[in-house]
Design a binder for this molecule. Sequence first.
Ligand code: NDP
Length: 234
Amino acid sequence: MATVLITGANRGLGLGLAQLYAKDGDKVHACCRNPDSASDLKAIEGDVVIHALDVEDPKSIAALKAAIGDEPIDILLNVAGYYGKYIVSEPGGMQDFGDTDYDEWEKINRINVIGPMRMAEAFADNVAASGQKKLITLSSILGSIGGNDVGKMYPYRASKAGANAIMRSMGLDLKEKGITALPMHPGWVRTDMGGPTADIDTETSVAGMKKVIAGLKPDDAGRFIAYDGSELPW
Ligand code: NDP
C-alpha cells in the first residue's frame, strides 16, 4: 500500500483524490487549511491523517514537515490551487487585459507556484525514501503557452505556466533521487473552481489521474500530461 500526501484535500479534486486513495487502502496524509470545518474529509473511512496546512505560509509547511518527519511518501500531490477572486463563469472571471488585480495575482502565484515549490523542497527526501517516488503538481491546460489560442486569464495562465516550469525542472533535477516529477492537467472539472458547466465530473478526473499516476515510469519525469494520459503542448 502507498502513502500519499495531498494538499487542498477538503474539497474539489483534493477531496476526490483523498477519498479514492483511502478507499483503495492507501494511507493518506490529507492537508487543508481548516481541519475543523473539513467535514467531508473527516467522513472518509480508512487510513487518513488530517493535517492543517496553508501552502502560502512557510511556517505551516515547516510544521507539517515536523509532524511527518522522515516518513516515506510514495506520492506527493500538490492539489491546492487558486484561480482568483472570481471563477471563469462569473463577471470578472476572464481576467481581461486592462482589468488586472495585481494583489490577487501575487496571491495566485503564492498558492499555485511558490506553494508547490516549497512543498517539493520540504518533502523531496520523503518522496525519495519511498517505493514509488512520484511528485505531481496539478497544473492546467491554461498554463500551456503553445495551446493558448483564446487569450485572457493572465494571472492564472501565468501561474500555471510557472507551475509547469518548476515541474519540468524538477522532472530533470530530481531524477538523480529517483523521483518522477511532473505537472498534470486534471481536465476541466465541475468543482467550485471549474464551475457547473465544466466538461467532466470529479469522479472521472480523479479516477483518470490515479490510473495515470499508477502507470508513471521514471522516463515520464518532466512530461506535461492530462488525466486521460494524453500529452499536452507546453
Ligand atoms: P477548488 O477551488 O474546488 O479547491 C481548491 C482547493 O485548494 C481547496 O481545498 C482550497 O482550500 C485549497 N487551497 C486554496 N488556497 C490554499 C492555501 N493557501 N493553502 C492550502 N490550500 C489551499 O479547486 P479544484 O479542486 O477544482 O482544483 C484543484 C487543482 O486543480 C488546482 O490546482 C486547480 O488550479 C487545478 N485545476 C482545476 C481545474 C478544474 O476545472 N477544476 C482545471 C485545471 C486545473 P479552502 O477550502 O481552504 O479554500
